[in-house]
Design a protein around this ligand. Structure first.
Ligand code: MEV
Length: 315
């Protein structure tokens, strides 16, 4: 019998990059965008993977060692203690290398569809841990925040802890929903590169980088308490402060700054890049009444696309 499952994208609200170095970060699911996986029995032996967005159809047995879908399939089948001849199809509306967690979403959808196919269940934490193994293929030192927020599909405050300690994963309270505008630069920027560049910077000048990570950690603490108290008016300014620290880490870009400038001039309350940076997306705290103006300004400034999402609202 055919089974299918989906998984959402994600937005990092505060704390990216510093989260790789043990500082907390806040991320929320982006339910507007989803990846889907379909699993069905196959007459021939072996497992056939059809990745629509990549335009690739291939046998699992022929996959290269760095193939994330193949790795996730093998790990999930091991975890489920299952095997079968299967045909797997993956599709996704989540733009790749854009800071929306497309890789983690595809892997999560696939792990869920495989579990459903074998009529077994995997907890969000189990799925998150399987997906983390594939995240390592995308970039060597992922913090684990993307797989966590996507597998749990709820706002998460995440703090990485080195093994044998467990990462701290806590749903965070959003007392009052707020509106985010998300502008995509249209520039694909693999997380691996920005995370690698920050690592090299940190190795060359640990004191400066540690200070910036601490500053970001402090912004995350203030944002958590503002969110919990419904003090949403503080969030815009905190985002802009977070952006300044990200820019000092070297992960902003001319295109990101241009969108930030346009959004803020058009009335956004604050904004920052979200995810790995250098491209990908920029998020803004907005009053929904200003949405049309800000959207127009962002498109005029070169945004490839603009979306509006409510964070903290029940879907
Ligand atoms: C990527 O979505 C977020 C980064 O902090 C990397 C990571 O946490 O693995 C840039």
């Amino acid at each position: 019998m055919m089974t299918s499952a989906s998984a959402c994208g994600k937005i990092i609200l505060f704390g990216e990059h510093a989260v790789v170095y043990g500082r907390p970060a806040l991320a929320a699911p982006l339910t507007l965008l989803r990846a889907r996986a379909r699993v069905e029995p196959r007459a021939q032996s072996g497992i056939l993977i059809h990745a629509r967005e990549l335009g690739r159809v291939y046998e699992l047995s022929a996959a290269t060692p760095d193939d994330a879908l193949a790795r996730l399939t093998r790990l999930t089948l091991d975890a489920l203690n299952a095997s079968a001849n299967l045909s797997i199809e993956i599709e996704s509306d989540i733009p790749m290398a854009s800071g929306f967690g497309s890789g983690a979403a595809i892997s999560t959808a696939l792990a869920r569809a495989l579990a459903a196919f074998f009529d077994k269940s995997l907890t969000p934490l189990e799925i998150s841990e399987l997906v983390y193994e594939t995240e390592k293929l995308y970039h060597g030192t992922p913090s684990g925040i993307d797989n966590t927020v996507i597998a749990f599909e709820q706002p998460i405050r995440f703090t990485r802890r080195p093994p044998p300690a467990r990462n701290e994963i806590a749903p965070f309270l959003i007392a009052r929903p707020f509106t985010l505008m998300i502008a995509n630069t249209g520039i694909a920027s693999p997380t691996k590169i920005t995370v690698g560049d920050v690592r090299r910077g940190w190795q060359m000048d640990p004191a400066t980088y540690e200070k910036l990570f601490d500053a970001i950690g402090e912004i995350v603490a203030q944002a958590s308490s503002a969110l919990a108290r419904g003090e949403n008016a503080r969030l815009g300014e905190l985002m802009t402060r977070n952006q300044l620290a990200l820019s000092a880490l070297g992960v902003s870009s001319r295109e990101i700054e241009k969108l930030l400038d346009a959004g803020l001039r058009a009335g956004a309350q604050g904004g920052k890049l979200s995810g790995g940076g250098r491209g990908g997306n920029v998020i803004f705290m907005i009053d929904p009444r200003d949405a049309e103006n800000i959207k127009r300004a962002l498109l005029d400034a070169g945004a490839a696309s603009v979306m509006v999402t409510e964070v903290g609202a029940k879907h």
